[in-house]
Design a protein around this ligand. Structure first.
Ligand code: G3P
Length: 226
C-alpha cells in the first residue's frame, strides 16, 4: 500500500465540466490550494486528464488523475499509463469512477501498477457490494457514490446514509486499512460533517465546487465540516 493522504480529506473531482476547460483548471486548483493553506484542510484536486501537468506544476496540494489504464509505457496509443500520470506530478489517481467504469479485474491491475509507482489509489464503487469486492485489491481509499445521486442537490449523507455506514463496515471487514469516502450531492460543510459522523474519512465531490459562482466560499464552507 502507498502512504495515503490520511483522514478528513476533501477530493474535488473537476470532471470534464466546461468550467474547467483549459487554463480554468489551474484557476480552480489554485482556489483549492488557497483554501487549503488558509484553513489547514486537506483538499485534493482531480483535474481533467489533459491538464494534469499544468495543474500539478502550478499548485502544491496533491493532484489526482481521474483514471489510469493498467498499461505499460510504450505501445499504448491513447491510453493513460500510471507512469505518465506519475511523470505529470500526480500523487495518485481515481479508478473506476461511476462515469468511467471498468471491470473489477482491471481495477485490480490498475491498483497494483499504481502501487508499484507509489501512487495513491481512490477506487470508486456504486454499491456496498461493489465496495466490498473492490476492497480486496487494497486501495488506499474506496469512494462510495450512488450513481443516481451524482450531480444532484441531495447529499448521499441525507438521501442514503445507510450506504455510507454499511460501506464503512463492509470495507473494514475486508481490510481495516482501506479508508472509505463518500460522494454524490455533497455541497456543504454540514454534508461533510455528516459523512464523518457516518464513519467516512472524507468526501469526493464535483458539481458543488466546480459549478459554483464562488468556489472559494463553497470550499471554505465544505472544510468547516471536517
Ligand atoms: O466524483 C464525484 C462525483 O461523482 C460526485 O459528483 O457533482 O454529485 O458532487 P457531485
Amino acid at each position: 500500500m502507498s502512504s495515503d493522504f490520511g483522514s478528513k480529506v476533501v477530493i474535488v473531482n473537476f470532471k470534464a465540466y466546461a468550467e474547467v476547460d483549459g487554463p480554468k483548471a489551474v484557476g480552480l486548483a489554485k482556489a483549492c490550494e488557497e483554501v487549503a493553506s488558509k484553513t489547514g484542510a486537506r483538499i485534493i484536486a482531480c483535474p481533467p486528464m489533459v491538464e494534469l501537468s499544468a495543474v500539478a506544476g502550478a499548485v502544491d496540494i496533491p493532484v489526482l488523475s481521474q483514471n489510469i489504464d493498467p498499461r505499460k509505457p510504450g505501445s499504448a496509443t491513447g491510453w493513460v499509463t500510471p507512469s505518465m500520470v506519475k511523470a505529470c506530478g500526480c500523487q495518485g489517481t481515481l479508478i473506476n469512477h461511476a462515469e468511467h467504469k471498468v471491470p473489477n479485474e482491471t481495477v485490480g491491475q490498475a491498483v497494483a501498477m499504481a502501487h508499484e509507482l507509489g501512487l495513491v489509489t481512490v477506487v470508486c464503487a456504486n454499491t456496498v457490494e461493489d465496495a466490498k469486492a473492490l476492497a480486496e485489491y487494497a486501495p488506499e481509499y474506496i469512494a462510495v457514490e450512488p450513481p443516481e445521486l451524482i450531480g444532484g442537490d441531495i447529499s448521499v449523507t441525507t438521501a442514503d446514509p445507510s450506504i455510507v455506514r454499511d460501506t464503512v463496515q463492509a470495507v473494514k471487514a475486508v481490510n481495516p486499512n482501506v479508508r472509505v469516502l463518500c460522494g454524490a450531492g455533497v455541497k456543504t460543510g454540514k454534508d461533510v460533517s455528516a459523512a464523518l459522523s457516518l464513519g467516512a474519512d472524507g468526501v469526493l465531490l464535483a458539481s458543488g465546487v466546480v459549478k459554483a459562482q464562488d468556489p472559494r466560499a463553497v470550499l471554505e464552507d465544505l472544510v468547516s465540516g471536517l
